[in-house]
Design a protein around this ligand. Sequence first.
Ligand SMILES: Cc1cc2nc3c(=O)[nH]c(=O)nc-3n(C[C@H](O)[C@H](O)[C@H](O)COP(=O)(O)OP(=O)(O)OC[C@H]3O[C@@H](n4cnc5c(N)ncnc54)[C@H](O)[C@@H]3O)c2cc1C
Length: 442
Amino acid sequence: MDGETDDLPARQDNQVVVLGAGLAGLGFARAWPGTLVFEAKPHPGGRAWSIDIEGVFFDQGTHISHSRNDSFNDMIRQAAGKVVETEKAQVSNFWKGSWLPYPVQNHLHALPLEDRVQALADLIQARINHSDVEPPDYGAWCRGQYGEFLADRFYRVFTEKYWRAPMENLATDWLAGRLLPPDLTTVIRGALSEASEEQAHFSRFRYPERGGYFGFFESLYPKLGVQHNETAVELDLAKKEILFDSGRRQDYDILASSIPLPDLVEAVKDAPTSVREAAARLSWTKLLCVNLLIERKSLSDLHWFYTYDPDQHTARAYLPRNLSPGMVAEGITALQAEVFRRNDEPWDPESLAEEMIDQMASLLRFSAKRDLRVASPVVVRYAYVVSDHARAAAVAHILAWLRERDVFCMGLYGKWKYVWSDYAYLSGVETAAEVRERLCRT
Ligand SMILES: Cc1cc2nc3c(=O)[nH]c(=O)nc-3n(C[C@H](O)[C@H](O)[C@H](O)COP(=O)(O)OP(=O)(O)OC[C@H]3O[C@@H](n4cnc5c(N)ncnc54)[C@H](O)[C@@H]3O)c2cc1C
């Protein structure tokens, strides 16, 4: 891939420092040998890190690679060694006590007759009324694409579970490549018969045979010499100096940061009010992953599933064995249930985890008392960036101000943009090119 090297890093004249050894940090460091990388955690990988529980690697929320970037795919395939290639994802929605294939608009046959008729009539009406005027928010987009019935009964309910926000609060700038406009022929076929075509972005995907999602990246890190257990706590942009929680001070000429923007702004000494206010407008979700090892042979063939009912805490769950069959011993089901909360919502992860376990037990029919071998809840402080109406302008203001002071932001939480791992990696590679250009100009 362009700009990459496997050589050992060599020192540069200009001191370039990277904050964060997630995938953006990895992309940058591979494109810029000699860069110093500081990472808060004792391990690299960031959000793409996988946690080993009795030999089963659980990701931090369901992770699969559905990248369409050939060079990225070549890189991760080579780095992982063996990869499981899945041609057709098995995904379902749990709704009112039964399973609906995913995506719902292509499988209307599974709805009760009256609902099916209403859903189809509303969707066709929405297509007839369709105009090219940009919808003002995600709610309007959904109603325009899927019709009132599906937008309100499914998309609205799920948005509130997943994004913890009303649909009208979300912008539409995150949709490209994620939600597909419905194909009317597919919708009608799916309403009349069970043999509907798949029409989803993530139907075809890959996953490492070993090591969980991090197995794609693990072998790329050792040569980078990442400095672990170094959390940047203060940033003096005038002196160009970083203070870490270890007491270490590090000077730099250019700083490339992949740490979450709210934390970065918080660390900046003397940031102006407008920048602090912009950072305060950023919204995100936190995530509780409840990782379970259940002493029951495979409880489901699904790769992952969503639950639509509001009283089910879990928004999504996945089964590691179905992503990589060799990873889980026979006779055991590994399951991860995910629940999201807005960053500012109070929560009690411990009791939430207990309730989720009971709910999953009744949904997948196992005994939470007898069958549970391991239950390991993990909290992820930053999960998804919420693309609400405030995001774009707030991010543009913060990034422009930082860039003028030689701080380049990259990755999911640096650009503060809802992006996949391929983009996160490539944004590191691209940021290295921008830094090179910036240094050439001086
Ligand atoms: C729930 C969920 C599911 C996802 N599923 C998929 C998927 O299926 N497929 C896909 O391709 N992508 C998926 N993604 C996206 C993917 O995980 C990210 O895009 C990618 O891992 C982000 O990498 P990054 O380097 O930008 O950020 P991070 O991975 O967050 O890296 C930032 C690093 O900075 C470190 N850090 C933070 N603060 C400091 C500090 N003060 N000092 C020093 N270091 C610090 C962190 O520890 C971290 O290692 C998912 C994301 C989420 C949240």
